[in-house]
Design a protein around this ligand. Structure first.
Ligand SMILES: NC(=O)c1ccc[n+]([C@@H]2O[C@H](COP(=O)([O-])OP(=O)(O)OC[C@H]3O[C@@H](n4cnc5c(N)ncnc54)[C@H](OP(=O)(O)O)[C@@H]3O)[C@@H](O)[C@H]2O)c1
Length: 259
């Protein structure tokens, strides 16, 4: 029975990743800031499936947060077979007009915590000769991101980091996968301040997205774009579209009506 640690498990894609893993009989360690939401999910999963779920409340933007998660796992006598670095948030607006602290927090969560957790748990996985890592990136990682420049850049980091790392680990028995969804209907839209636009109207479901990521991770894929149409767009059309045009399209998509 494999144990998965999922960050950002209190809502959206992370919550669905937890449900999928539990439905396969896997144990879980759930991490996020909202204790009540984590406890409610623990209760749901333990009463539905024969699994053991641990929860750890942690703001991953805090200094030494990743080490605290790692220490919790070790002190609890647990071993992480699958690490799912999923917690993340976006933020709308021109970079220069946004509070810098918010963007630094975003980098801390979307990039630094992901790198720290990966480094800590990967050492154990490598020593054991097996393990899987799933990083929730985004199709934003392949695009310029006017009106969400920092967010898109954090996801470009996650894509690149995953690609490099997966090659380094090709003979280690450990795989690393980047899940790259387009718009998904979760709390992300509200948290990012993107409500009022129409980008999420036809967004994918959190379940479908999580299923795609989970399956990609199990197969050891490096890049898992969660929808075929987006995959086609990114792999075939993106390389031939001029940067200026692409930036204009993305900016339009990120524009929300003034309140
Ligand atoms: N929704 C989309 O359109 C979309 C598209 C592409 C990629 N993604 C990526 O998918 C991932 C999951 O997002 P989602 O769409 O499922 O959004 P969501 O519903 O807002 O979930 C975000 C999760 O991250 C956790 N989180 C946020 N800040 C945190 C912090 N400081 N410390 C610890 N945990 C924190 C949240 O839990 P707490 O609030 O309880 O801490 C929540 O569980 C993110 O990395 C996002 O960038 C989303």
């Amino acid at each position: 029975m494999k144990t998965a640690l999922i960050t950002g498990a209190s809502s959206g894609i992370g919550k669905e990743l937890a449900r999928i893993h539990a439905s396969k009989g896997g144990n879980l360690i759930l991490v996020a800031r909202r204790t009540e939401a984590l406890e409610a999910l623990k209760e749901e999963l333990e009463s539905t499936y024969k699994v053991q779920v641990s929860t750890f409340t942690q703001d991953l933007t805090q200094l030494h947060a990743a080490k605290k998660v790692y220490d919790f796992v070790n002190h609890s006598g647990l071993e992480v077979d699958y690490l799912m670095n999923n917690a993340g948030f976006g933020g709308h607006g021109n970079f220069v007009d946004r509070p810098l602290e918010k963007d630094l927090e975003m980098i801390q969560l979307n990039v630094t915590a992901l790198v720290e957790l990966t480094h800590l748990f990967l050492q154990d996985m490598k020593a054991r000769g097996h393990g899987k890592i799933l990083n929730t990136a985004s199709t934003a990682g392949f695009l310029p991101g006017p009106l969400q420049a920092t967010y898109f850049a954090t996801k470009a980091f996650v894509v690149s980091f995953t690609e490099g790392l997966s090659y380094e680990l090709r003979n280690a028995g450990v795989t690393v996968t980047a899940l790259c969804p387009g718009p998904v209907k979760t709390e992300f839209e509200h948290v990012a301040g993107l409500e009022g636009g129409n980008m999420f109207d036809k967004g994918a479901s959190a379940y479908k997205t999580a299923k795609s990521g989970y399956d990609g991770m199990m197969k050891g894929k490096v890049i898992q774009i969660s929808e075929f149409s987006l995959s086609l767009l990114i792999r075939v059309f993106l390389p031939i579209i001029p940067l200026k045009w692409l930036s204009a399209v993305v900016e339009k998509m990120q524009t929300v009506p003034k309140k």
